[in-house]
Design a protein around this ligand. Sequence first.
Ligand code: GLC
Ligand code: CA
Length: 545
Amino acid sequence: MNLGNKIIYQIYPKSFQDTNGDGIGDLQGVIRRLDYIKELGADYLWLTPFLRSPQYDNGYDVADYRSIDPRYGTMEDFEELVEEAGKRGMYLMMDMVFNHCSTGHEWFQKALAGDPYYRDFFIIRKGKDGGLPPTNWVSKFGGSAWGYLPGTDEYYLHLFHVSQADLNWENPHVRRACCDIVNFWMEKGVRGFRFDVINLISKPDVYEDDLAGDGHRFYTDGPRIHQFLHELNRGSFGRDDEVITVGEMASSNLENSIRYTNPQSEELSMIFDFHHLKVDYPSGNKWEVQPFRFRDLKHNLFEWQQEMEKGGGWQSLFWYNHDQPRIVSRIGDDGKYRVESAKMLATALHGLRGTPCIYQGEEIGMTNAGFRDISQYRDIETLNVYNEMKLKGKTDGEIYRSLGCKSRDNSRTPMQWDGTENAGFTDGTPWIEVNPNCAFINTLDREDPDSIFQHYKKLIALRKELPVISQGDVTPLLEDDEKILAYRRSLNGEELYVICNFFGGETVLPDGILPDSWKLLLDNYPGEAWDGRSLRPYEAVMVIS
Ligand code: GLC
Ligand code: CA
């Protein structure tokens, strides 16, 4: 399969389209909007989890891997969705959360009740003397990574929320159970899987304190990770060439990322790596507000592009998802140059080597939420961090500035279909507030040839048309330039150039970069043709020779 000409569209069902007025998006809502996604040109629809769950982490706490959460609909709705997508030539990609399950899952409940078979599904250890947890590891959402089992001297590991108990992948029954779940959904016609935090499933043999950090170095790309993924591949999706998979791999290194995705390893089709997004918190603390470092962004993007190419690995190309702020607010300009910068960012990414993934609302340039009070936030991580910041004595001003830039809720506000009060998302009260800028940022302007939507459509169409985009090599250009990100793609003598001004001032493309015979393919400024030299604020061009 040519992964390079496929497009993934990510749907956060809770915030996509509500059809029954309860303020929560649902599967019928996705069905209602399939034509819209088709119009854009996507091939795969990645839906974040809609399985039965107490929703402490919006469905990433699965309580039953084989049933649809009633908030989202029924199995019949799901089957209808697969069928309706199929009629339009699109496939479903499900989100499989296999590092942990909800403590409400039958497995955990049986473990709690003392059933030894299910106790071994989890990572349960005795605490240290003095009532301390087994290690000093820190949960990704704050606090200890160990949950106390009442009435015992034992703890269970939870790298995320206390309601998300880590599964013990050393246990072959756990690995078998995960294969069975994937097979169950494949039989229902699912043709793609996104594996949640899958680079964390292999834990070390010995559980010890991390004297130099929060513990993540012991379990990121852990000792048996490749064996586990290979086994999952062989036992489920790997039997069908038509199925594509993507692993969420925050903090994985290049060597492992190549191995995860080189077809010879028979592990995954591609990964999401996040190195290019860590450029606005160089100190490692994501909550610290800092401007993004352009040089680091270029360096990370190109290093990964080139090394993955060399090693035969494959990446998904993305600017954000449901865990990251909106890119036009983060790296672009969500004010004066919102349209130009949104198109520029799209151009910069969609010319690269990989499989693009577009997050709902990105194609219309949606912005951060603009929340000003903690009562507007819903995300468990944000609420935890808020409490921690309060305890540390931060002022409200500092706290809201940080959350306003960084919270995951920034990308979770409802999809802006139209300019009415609830943006066409719901007739009821939305579970999280709609951004009032839906009055002027919504899908209704997509017929306009100069809309952001049309720009995405063109980029997608070019990728499908031109092998140099879907299969060509990547060569970075102007690596030291402080304003311009530029690269060349080449395939069998054909060359494509992508040139992007990442800032709000004008700049000039140095001489000698483009060959004499260049021809403009795409520009994000309508009207006057590009002069081959000067770049207006956030101007981005694609040129062929
Ligand atoms: C992934 C998900 C995120 C979730 C976490 C724990 O990072 O994308 O939303 O909170 O895993 O499952
Ligand atoms: Ca609903």
